[in-house]
Design a protein around this ligand. Structure first.
Ligand code: ARG
Length: 461
């Protein structure tokens, strides 16, 4: 029959169909080494509580060490009859240390507090990996900004030409949200840094085991305050799913722009050959697949978050087997980002911008009209009037097929007595950029400061 952890009160083993449904080793096996680390820590508190003799502790730790080595080498694998990673590893320990020693380990713990702890350990490790990979994208954006300190481009709202901005300013506008995502991961870790181990099934342990000692052993800042909460809550997992989904959404926003920028119509960037793909039928094609996959995978990560929240909604306290569904979504989000992020930073790092085209398009679409209005305000004209006057300039230009800077002194004077030839100082991209010189603005001097601050934040992260 099956070697289960709960056979005692049952007259027979589970039906094949139930075993098939119940089994989780195909996705929770990745927690095996964390499970063994938890077992080591648990063995020590059993020993400290006088429930495990010196020799038994040594035998148990030796058995766990062999087991860990066999897991790592692949010599020990979950069997079809193992319900989950915890069940498989108890079998593995008993095979190595004997059933007398191996059978003592489970006292005072439950798979409920175990799995809640192991998931936190696993997520905390991968939060660091993912955070580092997000910072690589930030680095790529900052190095592109550094390489293009004075290149102007059309800034857009509603995807329409709005006002000229610096390319570096625009690129940094993608770096800041990613820096906040890294900060979110760090902040998340404060909440994830409490260990549920010792909560038992839900009510805590009667055996004098110290949850704080286990927590310290496993690299946590402390143990949870409430054993019911410790085994039942998954907000920490859901929050991780949110932050990783946010990372993907932030990447997808840049991805969409790269896809547009790489079209013939925009012609803003050329993708490096090593980060583009071809077509099996159209010999000329060079496709932005990295960006498209980023855009697509964002949907997948949002789905992982949504699925998990839906699983958690309305669950009564404490542990319910539904909670086993917490792992696959976040594992998938981690796997996806750990593959996507290196390709994405490589793509960003190797983008080649067409600086001349960007600069030539920057003042198109009457994008300096706001500069006329604000120049008038600086001359003492009320903004309502200034807006009207600048709008008239656009209308005149549009009807004649000319640009704002083509208006003659007479044209300007005819539109409004306030429009002296001095307005021309803001009718250049350089003048427009330089005038937006408050903190956070697109003036080159401010963008240089901004880049410095971004790189300070990145190196602190
Ligand atoms: N494999 C389960 C999970 O991942 C833990 C086992 C708890 N099972 C139980 N019947 N209490 O959540």
């Amino acid at each position: 029959g099956r070697l289960s952890l709960w056979g005692g009160r049952f007259s027979g083993g589970p039906a094949d169909a139930l075993a098939e449904l119940s089994r989780s080793t195909h996705f929770d096996w990745r927690l095996a080494l964390h499970d063994i680390a938890g077992s080591r820590a648990h063995a020590r508190v059993l020993h400290a509580a006088g429930l495990l003799g010196d020799d038994d502790l040594s035998a148990m730790l030796a058995g766990l060490e062999t087991l860990a080595a066999d897991v790592e080498s692949g010599a020990f694998r979950p069997a079809p009859d193992d319900e989950d990673v915890h069940t498989a590893l108890e079998r593995g320990l008993i095979e190595r240390a004997g059933s007398d020693v191996g059978g003592r380990l489970r006292a005072g713990r439950s798979r409920n507090d175990q799995v809640a702890t192991l998931v936190r350990m696993y997520l905390r490790e991968h939060a660091r990996t993912v955070g580092g990979l997000v910072l690589d994208v930030v680095d790529a954006l900052m190095s592109q900004a550094q390489r293009h300190p004075a290149v102007a481009m059309p800034g857009r709202t509603h995807l329409q030409h709005a006002q000229p901005v610096l390319l570096a300013h625009h690129l940094l506008a993608h770096a800041w949200p990613l820096l906040r995502d890294v900060d979110r991961l760090r902040d998340w870790d404060r909440r994830a840094a409490l260990s549920p181990y010792g909560s038992g099934a839900l009510a805590g342990s009667s055996l004098g085991l110290d949850p704080e000692a286990v927590a310290a052993d496993l690299g946590f800042a402390g143990s949870v305050d409430n054993s019911i909460d410790g085994t039942a809550a998954r907000d920490v997992v859901a929050e991780f799913a949110f932050v990783t989904a946010m990372v993907a959404v932030d990447l997808s926003r840049l991805a969409e722009e790269v896809i547009l920028w790489a079209t013939k119509e925009f012609g803003f960037v050329t993708l490096d050959d090593s980060y583009s793909t071809g077509s099996s039928i159209m010999p000329q094609k060079k496709n932005p697949d990295v960006a498209e996959l980023a855009r697509g995978k964002a949907g997948r990560l949002v789905g992982n978050l949504t699925g998990l929240l839906t699983t958690l909604k309305g669950l009564p306290l404490a542990y319910n087997r539904d909670l086993q569904e917490d792992k696959e979504p976040v594992f998938d989000s981690i796997d996806t980002l750990e593959v996507l992020l290196p390709a994405f930073s490589g793509m960003v790092e190797t983008l080649v911008f067409d600086a001349d085209r960007l600069a030539a398009l920057a003042p198109q679409g009457f994008s300096l009209a706001t500069d006329i209005a604000e120049w008038l305000v600086r001359e003492g004209v009320p903004f309502r009037v200034a807006h009207e006057v600048a709008g008239e300039c656009v209308q005149v230009c549009e009807s004649r097929g000319i640009e704002l800077w083509d208006l003659s002194d007479d044209d300007l004077a005819a539109i409004s007595g306030h429009l002296t030839p001095a307005v021309r100082e803001v009718l250049t991209v350089e003048g427009s950029l330089a005038s937006r010189d408050a903190k956070g603005g697109t003036a080159p001097v401010r963008v240089a400061e901004q880049l410095q601050r971004a790189s300070d934040v990145a190196s602190d992260a």
